[in-house]
Ligand binder design. Structure first.
Ligand code: BT5
Length: 265
């Protein structure tokens, strides 16, 4: 796939950032940008950003894989070193999904939505995914926000079940897709939300509102897998923690946690 390799200056927006992007590491290939920052959290410092053109073991949730041809995508992770009771820990994935939608909306002609829990979708197909992971780091926690956004893929790049369920900005946008401005917008929106949620009392509510505005799932039919069982029903609401409340076809309501539930397309 023809692509222009990303440069550190592509990733940083023109305006100043508060926290994100203190150090930017660009790799041609890594096992996983999230794994890199979790392993190096003690040495790379708060606000570090790592991006890779290719991942040999890109991670999804619950042990799944994230697949992207070399140079096709934005594969980016951000490290935040947080106190153990940080207000960023619970909404981290939600924050990254909102920032990814806002960045794509600002930098392209595509306006993605969020599909519960944190898929970034366009026209019902998956454009991107986010993975938030954390681990103890001394008395603090290393929180890593990882974002994968499909940018330059053509139809033939999506194999197997991705052929019908994935999409890219190249396929969705009317204009030429350049990864640099999207990456810069992504870091700017992450930086803004991180400051708002961690420093203002209204931040978490504002983030939650932005997430709901982009998530049309209330009222949608859903098939969910949890604890080796399949559930079907209608989504009726989302809790403050981001869990999905479902009116089950078998009767009754049940709350499904984002971290332990998978959803059929
Ligand atoms: C996610 O997991 O959607 C989170 C993906 C996060 C990837 C980023 S890339 C940078 C950072 N470093 C990492 O190692 N990871 C993060 P989940 O909801 O579990 O979805 C995974 C599922 O999405 C897979 O099982 C496939 O079905 C599908 N999938 C894999 N690659 C895809 C792609 N490029 N586009 C669309 N769907 C994909």
């Amino acid at each position: 796939m023809p692509y222009r390799p990303l440069k550190p200056s592509d990733l940083l927006p023109k305006g100043p950032l508060r926290r994100v992007g203190q150090h930017v590491y660009l790799h041609d290939s890594l096992p996983s940008t999230n794994a890199f920052l979790l392993a190096e959290a003690g040495s790379v410092g708060d606000g570090a950003v790592v991006a890779a053109e290719y991942q040999t073991a890109g991670r999804g949730r619950l042990g799944r894989r994230w697949e992207a041809p070399r140079g096709s995508s934005l594969l980016v992770s951000i490290l935040l070193i947080e106190p153990p009771d940080s207000p960023l820990l619970t909404p981290a994935a939600l924050l990254a999904a909102v920032a990814a939608c806002e960045a794509v909306t600002a930098a392209t002609t595509c306006e993605p939505q969020i599909r519960w829990p944190n898929d970034v979708v366009c026209d019902g197909r998956k454009l991107g995914g986010v993975l938030a992971e954390s681990r103890p780091l001394g008395r603090k926690r290393a929180l890593v926000l990882g974002i994968g956004l499909n940018c330059l893929q053509h139809r033939g790049h999506f194999a197997g079940d991705l052929a019908t369920k994935a999409t890219s900005l190249e396929l969705e946008c009317t204009q030429r897709v350049e990864r640099g401005p999207i990456a810069a917008a992504l870091l700017a929106r992450l930086d803004a939300w991180i400051a708002e949620v961690s420093q203002t009392s209204e931040g978490p509510v504002a983030l939650w509102r932005a997430w709901r505005m982009r998530c049309p799932d209330v009222g949608a039919r859903v098939t969910l897998h949890h604890d080796a069982r399949t559930y079907t029903g209608t989504a009726v609401d989302v809790t403050d923690e981001g869990h999905l409340i479902v009116e089950l076809d078998e009767g009754g309501r049940r709350v499904f946690a984002a971290e332990t539930t998978t959803r059929d397309w």
